[in-house]
Design a protein around this ligand. Structure first.
Ligand code: GNR
Ligand code: NI
Length: 170
């Protein structure tokens, strides 16, 4: 299976909104396989299609310790949420940067599995964070969008230093 290239911030393709998937065909199954391979190769716990420059609403995840519990979420949406919690987040599209983000503490997520069945899943902890982080990707949003102005300024400086020709808009 071919591995896919993960886009890095500030690539503007990361800002595109992904479209709903209306039929789960062999193209989607193959995409899910390739996304899982890419996620494992890059050492992530989740990956959204937006990150591999595909504007479709599909996410892959594996939060298991042994990396043997792949999950594919088609058209995922948050249908309920409660509480607030701050946790440190990272992103394969923002390499070598970690920041504290406030999100809902618990969420109920609805999505389709690859076989087309509907799942409603309650999540808390890292799974809840990951679901919100991935669905944000599908809407063109990155976790750094939630940083305080001071932290954004620091990140912008750091990125511009890495590439002197780069003007980063944050
Ligand atoms: O691998 C990942 N780890 C992570 C840690 C804390 C909060 C969110 C994440 S998701 C990230 C992979 C990724 O970028 N998914 O879009
Ligand atoms: Ni991410």
């Amino acid at each position: 299976m071919p591995r896919l290239t993960v886009l890095h911030y500030p690539d503007t393709n990361l800002r595109k909104k992904a479209a709903l998937i209306n039929s789960i065909d062999e193209n989607i199954t193959a995409l899910a396989d390739n996304m899982l391979e890419t996620m494992y190769a890059e050492g992530g716990i989740g990956l959204a299609a937006t990150q591999v420059n595909v504007q479709k609403r599909i996410v892959v995840m594996d939060l298991s310790e042994d990396k043997n519990q792949p999950n594919v979420l088609i058209n995922p949406e948050i249908i309920a949420s409660e509480g607030l919690e701050q946790t440190q987040e990272g992103c394969l599209s923002v390499p070598d940067y970690y920041g504290i983000v406030e999100r809902a503490e618990k969420v109920k997520c609805r999505y389709l599995k690859l076989d087309g069945t509907v799942v409603e899943q309650d999540a808390d902890g890292l799974l809840a964070v990951c679901m919100q982080h991935e669905i944000d990707h599908l809407d063109g949003k990155l976790f750094i969008d939630y940083l305080s102005p001071l932290k954004r300024q620091r990140l912008k400086k750091k990125l511009e230093k890495q590439d002197k020709h780069l003007q980063v808009v944050l």
